[in-house]
Design a protein around this ligand. Structure first.
Ligand code: CU
Length: 477
């Protein structure tokens, strides 16, 4: 049974506008949560930050000022993309209101925009979710008002034609409508939103990449990312928590086309608000987040370490960018997780096999310094996951490259290893390895660059490898 609604009279309600009075009021139907009183400006945050929880015990008039802005942002290391944004970042700024609030929404399109935009908020009950009321050309502003009738976490996106292109270019975000009474308090809240990006060049191809409509129609993106870029949630950008804390992730999927199999490696979601609605299920490993949908996942951290956040359609995670990280600090509990207690031989699977389109333009290094710089990029994208960014490898799994006798003794063998891969036992610096390195389908230029980079680092031999030498090794096979 629904408890009786609070319905006392507030004198300040007299001051509210006619529109507000018309759509607010006090009723006991869904979304009628008392008399609307007061006005406040919404706090809007860029991912992964979330505005603070709402502590009000009554609905109010919330003013949202959101600006559409087109700007060049990094998509990956050495790769840029012209994003269209809501509020200067991808995903768009997080909006947080309460069930029953009246939202006065201002969409402002910057004068330096090249495109018209609008907004369809899935939290809106009304035609187009606000799209037709909010259409703005560059330098224009539009206002509409809606009442947040249904609690939940909702996607918003641009709905200007071609809609898919506006979404693919980054025009999506989340609006949370907190239920009356709020969400249970947690220690950490984060905003994570997936989207795919369709670039003319393949994954990792440097430079400013244009949108590719053919790939978009085929739903075949080169990038699937969290929060708008490869690495937006890794390294220094990783989410953080401490052991024993509760974490709530507001997870959205802008699409435009792919469904996310959202998963945190090494964690179990204690609670999931399925499709970000009212139903809560417990003890979930992977939750589906549809294109244009969301989920709220909550868990407590029990042990420290690095927990990878992935789309478990796993090539997207390790080869297209859909990889984030939650770093949990604090003391371990060996009864929950022992850590490594036995050594053995590990045969890795997978790897970063990259295929370049046949017609991909090859950017050629013109001097040794460029070769090293280009090679570092190839290394980061293809090699560092196993051999590690510092070239030290991992004991019993991935051989070191730093000061490696196997590498420095024979440059032709090193070239052949990158070109063909390697399978079976070998000894590097006295340590025995028995694993599989996948063949990296790189161009002669990329092989020359990555080996020149590796040879230039970590006390290695300093060889400069030319593409012709790579071609010669290939020709001998
Ligand atoms: Cu748009």
């Amino acid at each position: 049974m629904t408890p009786p609604r609070r319905c006392t009279s507030f004198p300040s309600a007299i001051a509210l506008t006619a529109v507000l009075t018309f759509i607010a009021g006090c009723d006991s139907s869904s979304g009628g949560t008392g008399v609307v009183s007061g006005t406040e400006e919404a706090v809007l945050t860029l991912a992964p930050n979330v505005p603070p929880p709402i502590t009000r015990d009554h609905p109010t008039r919330v003013v949202v000022n959101l600006e559409s802005q087109e700007l060049v942002l990094p998509l990956s290391d050495g790769v840029d993309y012209t994003f269209w944004t809501f509020g200067g970042g991808v995903p768009g700024r997080f909006i947080r209101v309460r069930e029953g609030d009246v939202v006065e929404f201002h969409l402002n399109n910057r004068p330096d925009s090249r495109m018209p935009h609008n907004i369809d908020l899935h939290a809106v009950t009304g035609p187009g979710g606000g799209a037709t009321s909010s259409f703005v050309t560059p330098g224009q502003s539009a206002t509409f008002v809606f009442k947040a009738l249904n609690p939940g976490l909702y996607v918003y996106h641009c709905a200007t034609a071609p809609v898919g292109m506006h979404i693919a270019n980054g025009m999506y975000g989340l609006i949370l409508v907190e239920p009356e009474g709020g969400l249970p308090p947690v220690d950490r809240e984060y905003y994570v939103m997936q989207g795919e990006i369709y670039t003319a060049g393949g994954y990792g191809e440097p430079g400013l990449q244009p949108f590719d409509m053919e790939k978009a129609l085929d739903e075949d993106p080169d990038y699937v990312v969290f929060n708008g870029a490869v690495g937006a949630l890794t390294g220094d950008n990783a989410l953080t928590a401490d052991v024993g804390e509760t974490v709530r992730l507001f997870v959205g999927n802008g699409g435009p086309s792919l469904i996310s199999s959202f998963h945190v490696i090494g964690e179990i979601f204690d609670r999931v608000h399925i499709e970000a609605g009212t139903a809560v299920t417990e003890n979930v490993q992977t939750t589906l987040v549809p294109a244009g949908g969301a989920a709220i996942v909550e868990f407590e951290t029990q042990v420290p370490g690095e927990f990878l956040i992935v789309d478990h359609a796993i090539f997207r995670a390790f080869n297209k960018g859909a990889l984030g990280m939650l770093t949990v600090g604090g003391e371990g509990d060996s009864l929950i997780y022992s850590g490594r207690i036995q050594e053995g031989v590990y045969v890795p699977e997978g790897g970063a096999v990259q295929t370049l389109p046949a017609d991909a333009p090859v950017v050629r290094a013109t001097n040794d310094a460029e070769r090293v710089a280009f090679g570092q990029r190839v290394f980061t994208q293809n090699c560092s996951a196993c051999h590690q960014a510092n070239g030290e490898g991992l004991a019993n799994a991935f051989p070191p490259l730093a000061g490696a006798d196997y590498l420095n003794a024979d440059r032709a063998r090193a070239i052949a290893t990158v070109v063909n891969g390697l399978d079976g036992p070998l000894t590097v610096n006295g340590e025995r390895f028995d694993g599989v390195m996948p063949a990296l389908r790189l161009t002669d230029e990329d092989v020359a660059n990555v080996l020149t980079y590796v040879y230039s680092e970590w006390g290695n031999a300093g060889f400069v490898i030319q593409p012709a030498e790579v071609a010669a090794v290939r020709a001998q096979q």
